[in-house]
Design a binder for this molecule. Structure first.
Ligand SMILES: Cc1cc2nc3c(=O)[nH]c(=O)nc-3n(C[C@H](O)[C@H](O)[C@H](O)COP(=O)(O)O)c2cc1C
Length: 355
């Protein structure tokens, strides 16, 4: 019996396999995205941490490295979200991903231009809302996933969402191999999206010292959810910085927040008013303290310390719990080939058992 991994997702995105490399701040760069595309997957550039003046160059560089389609991620709080959308339209980028909706109007502009809109959500009601706003597919990220995350486990969220929406659903949070892909398909998802597994690969730009820290984690319970960075639940590896923040009082946190806020401002070219505006928007969206709001606006800068500067003790180490069961750094090509081969073998075995 011929096994096919074609799904509505591969058709929407124009890729060979239903495997997405998600956007990860400082990590999902043109090299990683192109390597994923060349291997038959679909990658998203991390638009939230690429400097505005570098974003166009990043799109062009990705095109130079691959003739396969790819996407761009952004979040509506960033000051240059509108500029990114314009670049996506101008360069006919295949897809966008985002976690907070950029609004119905912006989504219909993107869709009218043929850009596939795939938000990431962590709760059933957000999936329903996203579809109502016009999403072409939704990625559901369960609580075991890396970075900002919800509290519902992937299996439960998938079950709820596939029953509630008619657009293709992509499963994220806790995937690394062919078994995971087959189980997601069995749930009714049309593909998987992985962050941590792609971060821990040879094409990832993350410095060796930081990757060593990821490889060293063997206990999923050491990859915790904390609100200490920006007030929002974020899953990361417990390290020195996190311990320091969790044990600091309000004033100390405010000082730490201001320090990295100023560095973020220098990096992004944001004016002080834009930084504060961004912090205020976030404050309005939740119950954040002043320190948390500023940290929320400049959190990418704290991540940079680990992801770019190679200082795993001084920066944030966003990771899914799956990091605890990853002990190798394959290339994207090896990784995707292995996942596909495993999935085909397992699907074949299941079919034989049934027949
Ligand atoms: C280092 C890191 C950085 C991330 N940065 C972003 C980001 O900038 N934007 C975003 O939408 N999601 C971000 N995420 C979440 C991922 O896109 C993805 O949804 C998540 O990693 C999936 O779970 P997994 O790690 O178990 O595969 C990040 C995750 C990690 C591990």
């Amino acid at each position: 019996m011929a096994i096919s991994l074609n799904t509505r997702l591969t058709q929407l995105l124009g890729c060979r396999y239903p495997i997405i490399q998600t956007a990860m701040g400082w990590v999902a760069d043109p090299k990683l995205v192109a390597a994923t595309g060349n291997a038959g997957g679909f990658g998203f550039l991390a638009g939230a941490t690429i400097e505005p003046q570098q974003m166009e160059a990043a799109i062009i560089e990705t095109r130079r490295l691959t003739d396969q389609p790819f996407g761009v991620n952004f979040h509506m709080y960033q000051a240059n979200a509108g500029e990114i959308v314009e670049l996506v339209l101008r360069h006919k980028v295949r897809a966008v991903s985002y976690s907070r909706s950029p609004g119905k109007q912006m989504i219909s502009r993107l869709k009218d231009a043929g850009v596939v809109c795939i938000p990431t959500v962590g709760a059933l009601k957000h999936a329903q809302k996203a579809v109502e706003m016009g999403a072409d597919a939704v990625t559901v990220q369960g609580g075991e996933g890396g970075g900002h995350t919800g509290s519902v486990p992937t299996s439960m969220l998938l079950d709820q969402v596939v029953n509630a929406v008619s657009v293709p659903v992509v499963a994220a949070g806790g995937f690394k191999d062919g078994r995971g892909l087959v189980s997601a398909l069995a749930y009714g998802a049309e593909g998987i999206a992985m962050g941590t597994r792609f971060l821990m690969c040879a094409d990832s730009p993350v410095p060796q010292a930081t990757l060593a820290r990821y490889l060293a984690v063997k206990d999923p319970a050491a990859i915790i959810i904390s609100r200490a960075i920006d007030g929002m639940p974020q899953r990361m590896i417990r390290n020195e910085l996190l311990n320091q923040l969790e044990n600091s009082g309000g004033l100390k946190r405010l000082l730490l927040a201001l320090q990295s806020g100023l560095a973020y401002r220098r990096h992004t070219g944001m004016s002080l008013t834009q930084l504060l505006g961004s912090a205020l928007k976030m404050r309005g969206a939740g119950e954040l303290t002043a320190a948390q709001s500023i940290m929320a606006a400049n959190a990418p800068m704290v991540i940079q310390k680990a992801m770019v500067d190679g200082q795993p003790a001084a920066g944030v180490l966003p990771a899914g719990q799956i990091a605890a069961s990853i002990d190798s750094l394959p290339s994207c090509a090896q990784l995707i080939e292995q996942i596909v081969r495993d999935a085909e073998v397992r699907l074949g075995e299941l079919c034989r058992r049934v027949s």
